[in-house]
Each structure stands twice: as C-alpha cells, then as structure tokens.
Ligand binder design. Structure first.
Ligand SMILES: [Fe+2]
Length: 312
C-alpha cells in the first residue's frame, strides 16, 4: 500500500515541475490510490471551521533557505506541493487566481521585504486581521489548505468560527443586508473602481448553518449606518472572543472552511535570513456546496479563476 508521500514522490519524479502539462491527469489518475485516512482527513471540518492534519513529509535539508518572495518560492518544495494538491483534489476542485502569483495552483506564503505592514500573506510586523480568503469574490474558496514547510518561532495562525459567535437577532438581520462592498486585497493590484462595487451581506444562514463573508480591512465601514457599524463591530468582537491560535509546525496542514471560519496571523519579526516561516496555500471549491444565488450576478472585479480540475 503506497503512502501519500510515496505517491507524491513518484509524481515528482515523473513530472519534474508543477508546470508540467500532464499535471492534472496525473493527479486525477492517482486519486483512487490515496490512503483512505488521507481522504477522510480532508472532509469539511464542520462548525469548528478548521482542522489540523499532521504528519506530512517535509525534508528540511533539501528545501534550502526560505525564499524572500512568492516569486522566488515558485517551483520550490515540489513534493510538498504535490501532497497538498493530492489532498486538495481529494477534497474538491483545487484552483488558482489568474491575477495572483501567476495563476499557480499552489501559492507560497513567505514574508517579503517592503510588505511588512500590508494586509496580505507577505506581511509580518503587523497583525493580519481575521478575514475570509478572497472575500471580495463570489467564487472564492470553500476550503483553504495552509501547509507548513517551516515555522521555527511558531508564528501563530488565528482561526475564528462564526458558528461559535453570539449575536442578537437584530444584529444578524443587519449583517445579512447587502449594505457594503468588499474590495479586492492589494495582492491583486490596486486598480479597482470602489464606487461601482456591489454591496454584499456579511453573514447569512446557509444550508448547514451560519455562513460568513468578512474582510474588515477591505470593507468601507465608514459608508455604513451607525447601527450597521455597531453590529459589524459586535461581530468583530465576537470573532476575537472565539479566536483560537494554531502555531503550525513543519509537516502540519491547517484546513479552514472559508464559509465558516475567518483566519489571520499574529505579528512577527521577519529575519530574511532563510529561516522565516514558509507556508504553501491552496484553494478548493466544493461542487456540492452552492452559494447564495445573488452571488452569481457579481463579477468579482474581473478576477478570474484558473481551474484546470473543473469538468463541466
Ligand atoms: Fe488569508
């Protein structure tokens, strides 16, 4: 019986790069051979909104120093990227964004010089505020996989499930109104027309519970009524109250339900000496989880998905 690591190692030898044109059929061709426990591990995590999967293979000596930017990191850690992609494919349909990290399916998260204070994964010195990944887009991920290659000083990733929060009925009603837009984050560029942006609800009741779409750093709260602002502030306070911190170690994978939980990161001091925290990220869509029909009319600010695993 082959392990997940065996399968990833074999694929790495055969493909040599994530850019190989045979990547998608090669991944799909091995899905039926994945160990049952690996497939079971990537089921949506329920109301907790997140789960940690441990024991993925990371060969620190072969990795080399942590790169200084996603661009330098692209193409590194091939076996680990294949492990993530296999798990993501077992969960659903992995996808990338054409306008982010050159459309790669597996993205790299490393601190970058000059980005220390930004609200993106390249930041470090600032708190990365809790957010829904790609909240601005109607086709954002349902599941987000964050795999850890290296995190020697145990920088914490924060997770907060909306299903652990307590809001009163009036606040929930206000936050269900499509009152405010969510603008694209700066990792997609800064060319967006803020005035034409459609309002979207912050939370609503989905088929299996409360569903959240939240990114205060990119939500123009100054446009809201005082009552709406107060409800939003209450939600933020509740998310802080229920927030938990995961200090991922090498070989650990955090799987977040992006409809249920928000995530962020505590501040840290990037050293840029090759030992900094290094994560790989992959987005997954779940075919059996429809979103609100109203989202189908949003254009997502023109940001396009790269979705080679989507069939029909
Ligand atoms: Fe994020």
């Amino acid at each position: 019986m082959e392990t997940l690591d065996d399968i990833a190692r074999d694929l790495a030898v055969r493909l040599g790069t994530m850019d190989h044109p045979g990547l998608v059929p090669a991944i799909d061709g091995r899905l039926a051979q994945l160990p049952a426990e690996a497939v079971a591990a990537v089921r949506p995590p329920g109301d907790a909104g997140a789960v940690i999967i441990s024991g993925l293979q990371v060969d620190d000596a072969r990795l080399g120093p942590t790169p200084g930017s996603w661009r330098e990191a692209a193409g590194t850690g091939l076996e680990f990227e294949l492990i993530l992609l296999l798990l993501a494919r077992a969960a659903g349909e992995p996808f990338g964004w054409r306008g982010q990290q050159d459309g790669r399916l597996v993205n790299s998260i490393v601190p970058s010089r000059g980005q220390e204070a930004s609200q993106t994964g390249a930041s470090s010195a600032t708190t990365l505020a809790p957010h829904t990944e790609d909240a601005f887009h109607p086709r954002r991920a349902n599941l987000l996989l964050l795999g850890c290659l290296r995190n020697p000083v145990r920088v914490g990733t924060t997770i907060a499930s909306v299903r652990r929060t307590r809001l009163d009925h009036d606040q929930q009603q206000l936050l269900a109104e499509p009152a405010l837009p969510i603008l694209p984050d700066t990792s997609y560029g800064t060319h967006h027309d803020q005035e034409a942006a459609p309002g979207v609800p912050t939370l609503w009741t989905g088929p299996d519970g409360t569903t959240l779409r939240y990114d205060p750093a990119y939500t123009p709260l100054d446009r809201a009524t005082p009552a709406h602002r107060a409800a939003y502030a209450r939600l933020s306070g509740e998310l802080d109250r229920v927030s938990v911190t995961a200090a991922l170690g090498a070989g650990e994978l955090l799987m977040i339900d992006n409809d249920v939980a928000v995530h962020g990161r505590v501040p840290f001091r990037a050293r840029y000496d090759g030992t900094d925290r290094w994560l790989k990220r992959i987005n997954v869509r779940l075919r059996d989880r429809p979103r609100r029909p109203a989202e189908a009319t949003e254009d997502g600010y023109g940001e396009e998905l790269v979705e080679p695993f989507r069939h029909g």
